[in-house]
Design a protein around this ligand. Structure first.
Ligand SMILES: *Cc1c(COP(=O)(O)O)cnc(C)c1O
Length: 370
């Protein structure tokens, strides 16, 4: 049996490069609460990503919860069922009602043509996801938001470094939320951030992630403890030096997968998004009905060869017990999302995936001998 190949493997720089950062922390004895590495990383990420303001968080989920609190979102929020559970969970943690809208099969993102019919007098925001790093139709979504007076908060967990029409995708909407979890393109072990357009909003976010403290004696809201520690921030600074190489390797693998799977009956790759600089966070394929196995059949077959693909995103968020009672969660409202969640399979994608391993995966999918 070959050694297991997981869907992702975190990228770690050489350990000795991290030691000097640790020595600094031991020397400073400043472990958290906006320490020197935290400040440096916020600055460095703004420059790297090409955004004005960014607030670091302990993880992406707490950042999503805080983003909603920052804008005082109430009532109903339009969102996608085809995402990681944290997208919708962040709404429940704010006592908001998710309203699920179907997705566009070409992008796996919220279908902007279906947003308007889901708006009610209680709607205050839209929370789309740039799924697998493919940009949403940001222009159309903003038009709808402007017409109805809604806020837009992007769950941008898959879009580290993605550029659309030459600019950071994170500049769209009112806020964008990143995740730096170990499995993402760029990681700080655990971590996340909110990208915001102005210093005033950044200040409010910084209060909210520190229990709501505006100064020593003023607590402005029931904020949470969402602060990133110095160890995570230091690792982020080091990781940032290596992230371009990691993304380049992912890009090479993406090309090889597309070449290898081209023409395999019943398998389709997602279209390459137009005018986008991608960072290749995932490699999803669709296993269609004319493939020789079911999607789950292929998933099991890969597993027999110790290749652990993942069914992202299956089941749909709207099919989970805490959501399925909602009117908008009905399968007839989410036909495309239901269908894609039955077909999708994410193949292993990480910088250190060997070409021989990729060949093995491609052979297994295309029915060759491995
Ligand atoms: C990873 C992820 C999150 C959650 O981020 P954490 O940092 O793990 O809390 C939220 N939304 C999406 C779409 C994700 O992929």
């Amino acid at each position: 049996m070959n050694k297991p190949i997981y869907v992702t493997q975190p990228y770690l720089p050489p350990l000795e490069e991290f030691i000097p950062y640790l020595e600094k922390i031991w020397e400073n004895k400043w472990l958290t609460n906006n320490g020197p590495f935290h400040q440096q990383l916020e600055q460095a990420l703004c420059e790297y990503l090409g955004v004005e303001h960014l607030a670091l968080f302990t993880n992406g989920t707490i950042a999503l919860v805080t983003a909603l609190q920052t804008l005082r979102i109430t009532g109903e929020v339009i969102t996608t069922p085809f995402s990681f559970v944290a997208t919708a969970h962040s709404l429940l943690w704010n006592s908001l009602t998710p309203v699920f809208v179907d997705i566009d099969p070409a992008t796996c993102n919220l279908d902007p043509e279906k947003i308007e019919q889901a708006i009610t007098p209680r709607t205050t925001a839209i929370m789309p996801v740039h799924c697998y790093g493919t940009p949403c139709d940001v222009k159309r979504i903003q038009q709808i938001a402007d017409t109805y007076g809604l806020k837009v908060i992007y769950d941008a967990a898959h879009t580290f470094g993605v550029k659309y029409k030459g600019e950071s995708i994170l500049k769209h909407g009112d806020l964008s939320v990143l995740s730096f979890h170990a499995t993402k393109v760029y990681n700080t072990f655990e971590g996340g951030a909110i990208v915001c357009p102005d210093a005033k909003t950044k200040k409010r976010i910084d209060y909210l992630k520190n229990f709501g403290f505006a100064d020593e004696v003023t607590v402005m809201a029931p904020g949470i403890n969402g602060k990133m520690s110095e160890i995570n921030a230091a690792f982020g600074l080091l990781q940032l030096k290596h992230v371009d190489d990691a993304i380049a390797k992912r890009g090479e693998l993406d090309v090889l997968y597309r070449q290898g799977l081209f023409g395999v009956r019943g398998i389709t790759c997602l279209p390459i998004p137009a005018e986008t600089k991608q960072t290749f966070s995932y490699f999803p394929i669709m296993v269609n009905t004319d493939y020789r196995l079911s999607r789950d059949g292929l998933y099991e077959k890969l597993k027999e060869h110790n290749i652990h693909a993942r069914r992202y995103f299956y089941p749909l968020i709207s099919d989970m017990p805490m959501y399925r009672g909602l009117l908008s969660a009905s399968q007839s409202n989410l036909v495309i999302a239901e269908s894609l969640s039955q077909k999708v399979l994410c193949l292993p994608m990480y910088p250190e995936l060997k070409l021989s391993e990729l060949d093995q995966i491609v052979k297994c999918v295309s029915g060759g001998v491995i």
